[in-house]
Design a protein around this ligand. Structure first.
Ligand SMILES: [Fe+2]
Ligand SMILES: [Fe+2]
Length: 197
């Protein structure tokens, strides 16, 4: 990592920071959803609990990756924390469709950003690339599980999904100071058919 140009090292540090914050946000979302779902949608609790366990492992993996990359927890952790908790709480109050619309929106946005990061990191930080690749598998499983539960998505589910996706994108942009957008542009420019990730 020392051999990376300063600007690229900074981007790698920002990637770890935003991923750590995002995983922390996910922990808060699922914790709040489990709290409400115990009363309103108990059948969702086992899946949510399993996902919560994954998010805790993801969060710990990014926290452990921070010091070597001169990265520190995000300045806006409180937004991720309380934003995530409120999002989880409110969507769970809407019942099963609210829970899975929220999961689908967040996981789809996260998955897109992880893809951008994998392309960026392939030639810059192999160790972090490997961590993200293994985490992405579980995030994709979360997304698929949520989408399977949304059997007949109505207008409310569509509205929820788009609103939550935009809010998640904004938080990611805020936490990376626009690096996520620059990375997406670089990926688009560099993306060739069959490019390995
Ligand atoms: Fe995660
Ligand atoms: Fe996830």
């Amino acid at each position: 990592m020392d051999e990376l140009p300063r600007r690229e090292a900074l981007t790698v540090a920002r990637i770890v920071r935003v991923n750590h914050a995002g995983e922390f946000g996910a922990i808060r979302i699922y914790s709040a959803q489990i709290l409400v779902a115990r009363y309103l949608s108990p059948d969702c609790v086992p899946s949510l609990t399993e996902m919560l366990g994954h998010e805790r492992q993801h969060c710990a993996a990014f926290r452990a990756a921070m010091p070597a990359r001169k990265s520190r927890p995000c300045r806006v952790m409180q937004f991720w924390s309380w934003g995530g908790w409120l999002l989880g709480f409110c969507t769970a109050l809407l019942g099963r469709q609210g829970i899975w619309a929220c999961t689908a929106a967040v996981e789809a946005t996260v998955h897109r950003h992880l893809d951008d990061q994998l392309h960026y990191l392939l030639e810059r930080d192999r160790a972090l690339h490997a961590i993200i690749l293994s985490i992405r598998k579980e995030e994709l499983a979360h997304l698929h599980h949520a989408e399977e539960q949304l059997t007949a998505p109505g207008p409310l589910v569509h509205l929820l999904r788009s609103t939550i996706a935009v809010a998640t994108d904004c938080l990611i942009w805020l936490s990376t100071w626009g690096d996520s957008v620059r990375m997406a542009r670089a990926l688009k420019a560099a993306k060739l058919p069959g490019t390995p990730i």
